[in-house]
Design a protein around this ligand. Structure first.
Ligand code: TYM
Length: 335
C-alpha cells in the first residue's frame, strides 16, 4: 500500500434515518468498499443532515449505531477507512456557515432534492433543508476530497460543491480541492419495485417497493415476485422496460453476470421464472452481510472504538482546512 501522504482522498456520507435499502448499497456503499484500498477514505454518518426532517431522538441514536454496523458489515474495513459521525466534528457546521455566505438563494432553490422534500414535508420546510447541500459541500471540501462516490440523485449537490470550491479559490487563492463525483455505471439509481420509474427511497409509503437490507428471505422473495413489470414478455434491458431493467440490475449486482449474458440466459423464459431467479440470487448475495451485521451490532464497545478512531483522524484534517479558511477570510485567530 502507498504511503498515506501520497494517496488521494475519497469522502462520502450517508444519513442515519432508518434501515438501508438496496439502492444505498449499489449506488454508494459498494464503491466505498471498492475504493478503500486505493484512497485515504473518509466515510461519514451524516446525523446533522438527518435532522432536516424531524427525528425521534432515541431512534436517531439507535439508527446511527445501526448504520455504523451496516457499513462494516457490507465490507468497509475500519482498519483501512475512517468511519466517523458528522456531528463529532464541529468543523462541518463551521465551514458550512462560511460557505452559506458564498451560496446564492437561487442555487439552493434549484436543488431537486430540496424541491422534492419540500413537497413531501410541507409542514416543515426549514432553513436547514434549504441549506442542506451547503453542509454537504462542507463535508466534502473540509477533507480536500478528490473523489465522491454517490448515487445519481446526489450529482447536482456535487456540482454545487465544485462551484463553491472554484468560487472560493478564485476569490482567496487555492484553498479547496475541486472534487469529482463517482457515479457507478450500473446501480446508480435503483428503482422502486412498485413504481419502477421512481427511485427506491426509504421514505416511500408503500414498503413493498423497497428492498431493505434487513428484510428476511421471505420478504425479499415476496417483494420481488410482486414487483411491477412491463408489458411484453422479453427479458431485455431498455428504457421502455424500467421494471425488468431494474430487476436485471439487481440480478447483475447479485451474481456479477453482465447485462448481456443475463439477456442471453433468460431468452425465451417468462417473467415469473426470472423473478424467482432474481429473488434467489439476491437472498444468497445478502447472506454474508446479514451474518456479519448480527455478529457486530451488539458489540457497542467495538462500534464506539471505530467511530472514535475515525473522528480522531477526521478532526486533524478538518481542523487544518478550517484554520486555513479562517485565515484567508480575515478572521482574527486567537493567540
Ligand atoms: P442518502 O443518505 O440519501 O443516500 C446515501 C447514498 O445512497 C445513494 N442512493 C441511491 N443509489 C442508487 N439508487 C437509489 N435508489 C439510491 N438511494 C440513495 C445516494 O445517492 C447516496 O450516495 N446528501 C447525501 C448524504 C451526504 C453526502 C455528503 C454524500 C451528506 N454529505 C458528502 C456524499 C458526500 C444523502 O442524503 O444521501
Amino acid at each position: 500500500m502507498e504511503k498515506t501522504e501520497d494517496r488521494k482522498t475519497i469522502l462520502s456520507g450517508i444519513q442515519p434515518t432508518g434501515g438501508l435499502h438496496l439502492g444505498h448499497l449499489t449506488g454508494a456503499l459498494l464503491n466505498w468498499v471498492k475504493f478503500q484500498d486505493e484512497f485515504e477514505a473518509f466515510y461519514t454518518v451524516v446525523d446533522l443532515h438527518a435532522i432536516t426532517v424531524r427525528q425521534n431522538p432515541e431512534e436517531l441514536r439507535t439508527w446511527t449505531l445501526d448504520l455504523v454496523a451496516t457499513l462494516i458489515a457490507v465490507g468497509i474495513d475500519p482498519e483501512k477507512s475512517n468511519i466517523f459521525i458528522q456531528s463529532h466534528i464541529p468543523e462541518h457546521t463551521q465551514l458550512a456557515w462560511i460557505l452559506n455566505c458564498f451560496t446564492s438563494m437561487g442555487e439552493c432553490s434549484r436543488m431537486t432534492q430540496f424541491k422534492d422534500k419540500s413537497k413531501k414535508y410541507p409542514d416543515n420546510v426549514n432553513v436547514g433543508l434549504f441549506a442542506y447541500p451547503v453542509l454537504m459541500a462542507a463535508d466534502i471540501l473540509l477533507y480536500q476530497a478528490d473523489l465522491v462516490p454517490v448515487g445519481a440523485d446526489q450529482k447536482q449537490h456535487i456540482e454545487l460543491t465544485r462551484d463553491l470550491a472554484i468560487r472560493f479559490n478564485n476569490i482567496y487563492g487555492e484553498t479547496f480541492k475541486v472534487p469529482e463525483p463517482y457515479i457507478p455505471k450500473v446501480g446508480a439509481k435503483i428503482m422502486n419495485l412498485q413504481e419502477p420509474t421512481k427511485k427506491m427511497s426509504k421514505s416511500d409509503q408503500n414498503s413493498l417497493g423497497v428492498l431493505f437490507l434487513a428484510d428476511d428471505e421471505n420478504l425479499i422473495s415476496n417483494k420481488i415476485k410482486r414487483s411491477v413489470t412491463d408489458s411484453g414478455k422479453e427479458i431485455k434491458f431498455s428504457e421502455e422496460k424500467p421494471g425488468i431493467s431494474n430487476l436485471m440490475t439487481i440480478y447483475h449486482i447479485s451474481t456479477g453476470e453482465s447485462i448481456e449474458s443475463i439477456e442471453n440466459m433468460f431468452a425465451g423464459k417468462g417473467y415469473g421464472e426470472f423473478k424467482q431467479k432474481v429473488a434467489d440470487a439476491l437472498v444468497e448475495y445478502l447472506k454474508p452481510f446479514k451474518a456479519k451485521y448480527n455478529e457486530i451490532r451488539n458489540n457497542q464497545e467495538f462500534l464506539f472504538e471505530v467511530i472514535c478512531k475515525g473522528a480522531q483522524k477526521a478532526k486533524e484534517i478538518a481542523k487544518s482546512t478550517l484554520q486555513n479558511v479562517y485565515s484567508k477570510i480575515g478572521f482574527l485567530l486567537p493567540k
